[in-house]
Design a protein around this ligand. Structure first.
Ligand code: NI
Length: 177
């Protein structure tokens, strides 16, 4: 029998208080609920399309994120449970960022160029990743989401409000059809 594809979970658009909350740690008793959540998150991320999604963006306050940079257009899904930044480089780089919770909005964000991150995989094993380039930025952006931080929170209040106003206007126009 053909397996039904998981329906994508719907992504919360800013501003929304659920995007500003600190997510709680994933505990052992949560693990049984994770596979359908993760599948729904990947489905939403690929449909958007995007390269990363954190559980709070689908209204689930857990420290869990999914990433797929799709190098050479091939899927390379990564699931990080309870990720923690262990170290960051002194060197910082500026890169344009966007976010599925702020569709069509982009801004240059400066962050450490390299990070090392500790996390658990789906089997509960402790893992560590050292990243640079796009993956380093993506990891920091997604881990920010677990702490209620959006990429626009790294900007001046003036720029942040400009983006939020533009987003609200576009969302109103979209709702009006
Ligand atoms: Ni984001």
């Amino acid at each position: 029998m053909q397996r039904l594809a998981t329906a994508p979970l719907s992504i919360i658009i800013a501003p929304d208080p659920r995007l500003k909350a600190r997510a709680r740690v994933v505990r052992a008793e949560d693990r049984a609920t994770l596979p359908p959540l993760i599948e729904g998150m990947f489905a939403a991320m690929y449909a958007a399309p995007g390269i990363g999604l954190a559980a709070p963006q689908v209204g689930v306050s857990l420290r869990l994120l999914v990433i797929d940079l799709q190098p050479e257009d091939k899927p390379a899904p990564l699931v990080l449970i309870n990720p923690e930044i262990l170290a960051t480089s002194e060197e910082r780089v500026t890169r344009e960022e966007g976010c599925l919770s702020l569709p069509n909005q982009y801004a240059d964000i400066t962050r450490p160029a390299r990070v090392s991150v500790r996390y658990s995989d789906l089997a509960g094993a402790a893992r560590q990743i050292a990243a640079e380039g796009l993956l380093a930025a993506c990891l920091q952006h997604e881990i920010d989401h677990l702490n209620g931080i959006l990429f626009i929170d790294h900007l001046s209040p003036l720029k942040r409000n400009m983006i939020l106003r533009r987003l609200a206007k576009e969302q109103r126009q979209k709702a009006a059809g």
